[in-house]
Ligand binder design. Structure first.
Ligand SMILES: O=C(O)CCC(=O)C(=O)O
Ligand SMILES: [Fe+3]
Length: 795
């Protein structure tokens, strides 16, 4: 390897570093890495696709060893030759082409995920025009993405953004060629029309060929051991993918044109006629008619041309590429129709391969699954290839043959069990079992938590006058409420969880909060009782369980932020206050005065549900309100805080809410915010659980915590699969080292407060490292209120 090649970072490393930079808010690095990653991916994909196309051409041309029509031997000979070619070709591809790229990363690129990040990083660097183009690029492939649609709307309102200059950064050349061609047409410059449109046609067809070649990838829809079924299955999978290419490519800057290909011939027939090339004009007419044989305009044109003295009947020969395209299209459609009627396809819903797989799929996959399915059914726009779930599963499998023998039916319905056992790889099986175990464990814990409680909903959408909101009671007993209040009393720091801001909402109240990370750290240091942390965690878990059930969620709800917070009226605050303790807002978008609520930073856009569990009622004011406007003129409903009462709602603009001023006394509540996106799972929550586990069981925490830390550094770098605890890479370790180093220096600064503990303990360093990872601790000053320790838990 040369030095140059060594320095060059691979596509997935660039991507990971881009995402890391994004997470660390290093916007310039984010942009640099992700832009490079995107072009690196393009190169990899091009290399792979080029090989496939080249080898196809080569195999098409090579002479056969034997005569035609013997046991399909020529077909197989061709496949063998093509394989040989592919092996050689891919060997010279940089980094093995797409094969060298992890599948999940490939999927992210195909979904244009990098543009989601890029958008934000451009935004942060005030590169608004680029940000808008990144959003637009993402939307061309994911037109149903609400957040990005909102974002585009947001950008379109900015004076700095010129919507005419917003482009699809992933568009093929034919888009601009075609647009130039139609402009030339308007200017009656027919020579240019011919040049542009011929070139556009070539690039369009090439694009579709490349898309089709990309479909000839690996098959991971189960294992069909028999020779013929295995070929047939893989072939069908490819064919379905290929059939989607036409639909994927026929858009001009986001606008769909189902006759985009055909319209090329329309332009051409006219332009060739205008420059006097009648033969070519007629060829274009005939080509167009291959696709639309009954098109009246074109038939009239044909008649018109036929009457011209120089035109002969045989001029109307369709062009070669049009014949090939149309015939292939027709054959493929017929074949697919046949397959669709003669075989049963197993789609994600309720069956075999998937019954096992869907249930055990990670919840990320499940979530994406449903989003994609919804998008597909609505738009008929198909997501890109490569992933497990986008196409219906099907089984023309060996099991199906068995079925055929045993029943008279032609259709093959594969039953749950047969498929199950043969198609799941041991690795998947292990993960699946783990997931089942995890879910069972959660269900048991859930029952234990709620066993002695009488949790009941007391207000719903009608009473509260709005969608997706409720009030329930019975989450906590009086003694539990007091205990958490006490925790807030001893452990809260002003501004903790509010980036150090003491009075983020009103000058007349003091805000004090305890994040979970802080509570865990205090327990770890022996400064507060373990039970307090246990309770904090338990109550939050109950809130989550209840929301999942109340809203009937199909996928897991993740904590994204948890905060025990008290608001205390200051002694000198005036008695006639009209301000709010917490102005009306939505939890995941920025409510503007005109009522719009753009879902962009600094809002916590990933929050999907919120719940507030109240801990006391001995104060004046402080009512929670649902309102319809920023000024709280129009109140829909009001919830009076009380120990054990919980208000839950979806976190969007449909649930604007606020808190009325606390006139006297102290109002404490446990705020819970949830996300459906595991990428935004709250690290502090997981760590707090780990700390609790260790302290309760008295075992050594080091390995477990190390494991968690690794996992979360891993999360930061591989967002698509946060549950994966794969081996950690060098980059991740470097990051880890960095945190440990930072923690060490902090450790020295706060030596005073740690005097009672073993300051050289690597566990402690690790703890610091971990807490550095926790944003809220990083934000505020790293200092603790010394609270007398009744038990020292650190050896
Ligand atoms: O404390 C409450 O009742 C609501 C607080 C709230 O809405 C928030 O912090 O987002
Ligand atoms: Fe809120």
């Amino acid at each position: 390897e040369t030095a140059g090649a060594e320095k060059e970072k691979s596509c997935d490393v660039l991507y990971r570093e881009g995402v890391e930079a994004y997470l660390d808010e290093r916007w310039q690095d984010c942009i640099g890495n992700l832009e490079q990653a995107v072009s690196a991916y393009r190169l990899l994909k091009q290399a792979t696709v080029n090989c496939r196309l080249r080898c196809q051409a080569e195999a098409d041309e090579s002479p056969f060893m034997g005569p035609k029509e013997i046991d399909d031997l020529q077909f197989f000979e061709k496949m063998v030759r093509k394989t040989l070619c592919l092996l050689k070709c891919n060997k010279y591809n940089p980094k093995g082409g797409l094969n060298g790229l992890p599948k999940n990363v490939q999927k992210e690129f195909e979904d244009l995920k990098p543009y989601e990040y890029l958008q934000l990083c451009y935004f942060q660097k005030n590169m608004l025009q680029k940000a808008a183009s990144a959003v637009f690029t993402f939307l061309v492939t994911n037109p149903d993405n609400e957040v990005m649609r909102e974002n585009l709307k947001f950008y379109s309102n900015l004076p700095e953004v010129d919507m005419y200059q917003v482009v699809n950064l992933e568009a093929r050349n034919f888009v601009s060629l075609y647009i130039h061609g139609s402009e030339a047409y308007q200017h009656k410059d027919y020579k240019s029309v011919i040049n542009y449109i011929e070139e556009s046609l070539e690039d369009y067809l090439r694009g579709e060929e490349e898309c089709r070649a990309y479909c000839e990838g690996p098959f991971d829809q189960g294992w069909f051991p028999d020779f013929i079924p295995s070929i047939a299955n893989h072939f069908t999978y490819c064919l379905k993918c290929k059939q989607r290419c036409a639909d994927k490519i026929n858009s001009l800057n986001g606008e769909k044109h189902n006759d985009l290909l055909e319209s090329h011939y329309h332009f051409l027939q006219y332009a060739y006629y205008k420059v006097g090339n009648l033969r070519k004009a007629c060829e274009a007419v005939a080509s167009y008619l291959m696709f639309y044989p009954a098109d009246e305009t074109m038939l009239n044109n044909k008649e018109y041309y036929l009457k011209l003295p120089k035109v002969e009947k045989d001029f109307f020969t369709p062009r070669k590429e049009a014949i090939r395209y149309a015939q292939r299209q027709e054959y493929e459609t017929r074949l697919l129709d046949f397959i669709n009627t003669e075989f049963v396809f197993q789609d994600g819903s309720k069956n075999i391969t998937s019954s096992n797989e869907t249930e055990n799929k990670s919840s990320v996959t499940r979530m994406k699954d449903s989003i994609i399915r919804a998008a597909v059914s609505k738009l008929k726009l198909f997501p890109p290839p490569v992933t497990k779930f986008e196409w219906p599963k099907y089984g023309i499998s060996s099991e199906s043959n068995r079925q055929e023998y045993s029943t008279e039916h032609k259709q093959n319905i594969i039953t749950e069990n047969t498929k199950h056992s043969s198609s799941v790889r041991p690795e998947d099986d292990r993960r699946a079992q783990e997931e089942v175990r995890r879910q069972k464990k959660r269900a048991v814990e859930q029952m234990q938590r709620t066993a002695a409680r009488n949790i009941r909903a007391v207000m719903g959408e009608t009473e509260l006058q709005g969608k997706h909101r409720f009030v329930a009671e019975g989450f906590a007993s009086d003694s539990e409420c007091s205990k958490l209040m006490e925790l807030a009393q001893v452990a809260a720091v002003q501004g903790d969880g509010y980036k150090g801001n003491k009075s983020p909402h009103t000058d007349f109240e003091k805000f004090e909060g305890v994040t979970l990370g802080r509570a865990a750290l205090l327990v770890y240091l022996g400064l507060i009782e373990v039970d307090m942390l246990d309770l904090y965690l338990n109550l939050s878990e109950m809130g989550r369980d209840y929301l999942e059930r109340y809203f009937n969620l199909k996928t897991e709800l993740y904590f994204t932020y948890t905060h025990l917070v008290c608001r205390t009226a200051l002694n000198d605050s005036p008695g006639n206050r009209t301000d709010m303790s917490h102005a009306v807002h939505a939890d995941n978008c920025n409510l503007l005065e005109n009522g719009d609520c753009p879902k962009i930073p600094p809002a916590y856009t990933w929050r999907d549900f919120s719940a507030i569990l109240y801990l006391n009622e001995d104060f004046e004011g402080g009512e929670f309100v649902f309102a319809t406007d920023l000024a709280a003129k129009n109140i829909q409903s009001l919830v009076k805080p009380r120990c054990g009462r919980l208000v839950g709602f979806s976190a969007g603009s449909e649930n604007l809410h606020g808190v009325r001023s606390v006139q006297r006394g102290r109002r404490c509540a446990l705020g819970l915010w949830f996300t459906l996106n595991p990428f935004h799972e709250e690290i502090e929550h997981i760590l707090a659980k780990q700390v609790l586990l260790q302290v309760q069981q008295g075992g050594s925490i080091t390995d477990q915590l190390l494991h968690e830390l690794k996992k979360h550094v891993f999360v930061a770098s591989s967002i698509s699969n946060p549950k994966q605890t794969s081996t950690i890479t060098r980059e991740q370790l470097k990051l880890h080292d960095k945190y440990v180093k930072e923690s060490l220096s902090l450790h020295q600064e706060s030596g005073e407060m740690l005097a009672s503990s073993d300051s050289s303990s690597s566990t402690l360093h690790l703890m610091y490292a971990i807490f550095l990872l926790c944003s809220s601790v990083m934000d505020g000053p790293f200092r603790y209120k010394p609270v007398p320790a009744n038990r020292v838990l650190i050896p």
